[in-house]
Design a protein around this ligand. Sequence first.
Ligand code: FAD
Length: 412
Amino acid sequence: MADVVVVGAGAAGIIAAWRAASLGASVRLIEKTNRLGTKILISGGGKCNITHDGPLEDVLKAFRPNEARFIRPSCYRFRNHEIVEMLTSRGLRVYTRPDGRIFPVDQTAKDVVAILQSYLDDVRVRLELESSVLAITATNGKIRGIETSAGPIPTDRLVVAVGGASYPSSGTTGDGWPWLEGLGHTIVKPRAALSPIYLDAENLQPEFSGVALRSVTLRARKNGKEIDRWTGDLLFTHKGVSGPNALGISRIVAEHFGGGPVTLDVDLFPNEPPEDLAARLLAFSQANPTRRVVTFFEEVVPERLQAFVLAQAAIESTTVFGKLERKSRNRLADTLRRLELGRVRHVPLEKGEVTAGGVSLDEVDPQTMTSRKVQGLFLCGEVMDIAGPVGGYNLQAAFATGFVAGETAAKA
Ligand SMILES: Cc1cc2nc3c(=O)[nH]c(=O)nc-3n(C[C@H](O)[C@H](O)[C@H](O)COP(=O)(O)OP(=O)(O)OC[C@H]3O[C@@H](n4cnc5c(N)ncnc54)[C@H](O)[C@@H]3O)c2cc1C
């Protein structure tokens, strides 16, 4: 019987298995796909944003306060620079972007996974690929083993690192939650985070797909009241919107979805106070009476979207400034500050880069990653109710909680 069994060979499970084995435990690492670190391989568009640079307190601020409190002890046990050192000491060259995101210089997640594999090999972790865990067995509140597609594995120390439910093709299909619920854990409803947002078709037109708006603010409203906003780039897709802005607000949109319409709108000139924009529009209009109205915003709004903006301001596309009434000009100024994209239809969990929700953080000891419900059970990574923003935060949370779970399991 192995001392420790780890289920899921993603970021959290790999580090958990390595740490437990480094402390002398014999470790079996069970993975359903045919590869180690399947999701790491697709992370950052295949480039892998390994972690986020800077003081840990700044890194933690990127998370919701309760999540930050929960992962703080782990992040101090296994800091952002420690995962970087593990990788660079075995030849990976990394660079830090001005926004703090750390990537391999050669832009390949494969190198990250290959080095992690070498760490597992060094400490003789027994990696079992293409083996699906089907159930956890426990009696009298104590772990007894797991059922896998290859047969039962007895153990009294189990680390569950099966991730969330996004990108199911990478092996994460929400398998862990029914097992853990069956063992008495509370599962906070899983929802999409860092996901594209699908919109009702009425405002969306096929020709918008592929259009990008730079440095705009995307706002979400529920019953007209703003619930979230994000400033950056926005990309139109054939189903709605994607890109940093959409990903940034998707978690809150998903939380508010249902029970009243959620709508999206865009401020095309977020860096200009409304009165300045109105004054600039007036001055432009007076200086250019023969120019078409669209010329005022053509540098900000790509051609495929210009007619949509004018239609929302109820202005004919051929209208020139000399013929534009004051009322219409004011309406245009308002539209440029609030271009309505319409109602949210869906925030797809499977398309999110992360799953928000999962095992309630109240039921796991943040100092040790030990389940407060079942003896011999340790949890780490995205299977728990943690979801950070884009920027290397999610891998950091997985690595750090994995480190602590592996260490506790080995010492238990
Ligand atoms: C497209 C994409 C890009 C991303 N880019 C970044 C990035 O650049 N930086 C960043 O910080 N975060 C990124 N993330 C998020 C990050 O990858 C995850 O938060 C992180 O990998 C979670 O780690 P984990 O170990 O908890 O889960 P996972 O990495 O998801 O690993 C869970 C593992 O468990 C296995 N498993 C599941 N069920 C079973 C079962 N029944 N039996 C056996 N094995 C099972 C799965 O196959 C999987 O390998 C990205 C996510 C996606 C989808």
